[in-house]
Design a binder for this molecule. Structure first.
Ligand SMILES: *Cc1c(COP(=O)(O)O)cnc(C)c1O
Length: 419
């Protein structure tokens, strides 16, 4: 962990960085050369954490901040216009999923959508049962919600995954009980990018008449989603993961599925989700969704090509390095690389010095942070989990940036291993 660093005079290509030596607590000084790419030259490889807001999205939002700021529940013109903008946005989002606009509920983001789907469904269906099934690789918005439900007496079964991070439909089927109310499985993992066989899992849920929710925060806008084939009753998405603003998301709730309200207050969102609507956020999210869907096919092709090339290069050129997760059933932009013998949290700081933003496999970089539950679930040891970095590509990532990243990584890994 960096305690402080000395920056050399502006133009000089020499930084002194204090880092923790791998596998020891000693703090020592390393010199890093040729690390001047920063600021406007920043290479952003953390799109799974968040994405920049597209300029077209900013433009779409701007009028609803000042000129047309009306509360969508008011009867005069600026209110009516806000209401109309919200309903247009709802239609846009519904069209991307080929569902009814009345099945889209706007929320404050992925976390709220996930919490709503789990907590309020378990409460509403208490008479049917008390059992929930989820997986070992969910985002904390699901995982910690389940911990809370456990405290409140809900029974939770957590399904393991194979080494690729996939859930077996047979194992899911065996976990279903008479009192199972809900199954929640993320369709794309945020750390290792693994995609589930949603159709197979959905068929199992449907066969047993169990409600099926998916956290699609990493999938929506990035890969095709087939609500009908997947047979999902609820689906969570978050705007800032697909080039929209932060603090905005939605929950798809299939007609006839009746979770309670999570947030109580005014009658917004057909009485299901109270609170004055985030009009600019909702408008921006819909514009962002539109842009993603317009270019989805070519974006997938581009990112997959860049990703596969980069994964190959990294594995060939960094001794001992290997990719975590499935090589084929994977989000187009996700690379999770384990570099045994290197402490990822140090590597992240050194890469930052080189103007490259990536994330450590274990989300938190503090010294006593637990290793990632996802990396543990796919069979990595603690030491391996601490040696993983996640690089997630995006719309603006190009081959030159990745080449520079590979070169820098090689250099830094060599340096860290020398200690
Ligand atoms: C980011 C993320 C969330 C949380 O979404 P927020 O909008 O940031 O609250 C939930 N699930 C997954 C898979 C995510 O990647």
């Amino acid at each position: 962990m960096r305690t402080s660093y000395l920056c050399a005079p502006a133009k000089q290509i020499f930084h002194l960085v204090y880092v923790k030596k791998p596998s020891s607590r000693t703090v020592r000084v390393l010199s890093v050369r040729d690390m001047t790419q920063k600021g406007s030259d920043m290479i952003y490889l953390d799109h799974a954490a968040t994405t920049p807001v597209a300029p077209q999205v900013c433009n779409a939002m701007a009028p609803y901040y000042s000129g047309n700021f009306g509360n969508a529940s008011t009867p005069y013109e600026i209110g009516v216009k806000s209401r109309a903008a919200i309903e247009r946005a709802r239609q846009t989002i519904a069209d991307t999923l080929q569902v009814q606009p009345s099945e889209i509920y706007f929320t404050s983001g992925g976390t709220e959508s996930d919490n709503w789907a789990l907590k309020a469904t378990m409460e509403a269906y208490r008479r049917k049962g008390n059992h929930l099934i989820t997986t070992a690789i969910e985002h904390h918005a699901i995982g910690n919600m389940c911990n809370d439900l456990l405290k409140k007496g809900i029974e939770v079964t957590i399904l393991p995954t194979n080494r690729d991070g996939q859930i077996s439909p047979e194992q899911l089927e065996r976990a279903i009980r008479k009192d199972t109310v809900l199954i929640s499985v993320m369709c794309a993992n945020n750390e290792i990018g693994t995609l589930q066989n949603m159709e197979a899992l959905g068929n199992v849920a449907a066969r047993h008449g169990v409600l099926f929710h998916t956290d699609a925060v990493q999938a929506y806008g990035q890969i095709p989603i087939d609500i009908k084939a997947w047979k999902v009753h609820m689906l969570s998405a978050s705007s800032h993961k697909f080039y929209g603003p932060k603090g905005c998301g939605f929950l798809y709730i299939k007609k006839g599925t009746q979770p309670d309200s999570l947030i109580h207050g005014g009658g917004q969102e057909r009485g299901k989700r109270a609170g004055t609507e985030n009009v600019p956020g909702i408008v921006g999210m819909a514009r962002a969704a539109q842009l993603c869907y317009e270019t989805m096919e070519e974006t997938i092709k581009r990112e997959t090509y860049l990703r596969d090339h980069m994964m190959k290069q990294l594995c060939e050129e960094i001794p001992g390095a290997f990719v975590v997760g499935s090589m084929t059933q994977r989000l187009p932009g996700n690379i999770n690389l384990c570099i045994p013998g290197v402490e990822a949290s140090n590597l992240v700081l050194l890469l930052d010095e080189a103007g490259i933003c990536v994330s450590a496999g274990s989300a938190c970089s503090s010294a006593d942070a637990k290793p990632s539950h996802v990396l543990k679930a796919v069979g990595l040891t603690d030491a391996q989990a601490y040696a993983c970095i996640r690089m997630t590509l995006g719309r603006h990532t190009n081959a030159a940036q990745l080449q520079y990243t590979v070169r820098t990584l090689k250099h830094l890994v060599k340096m860290l291993k020398k200690g």
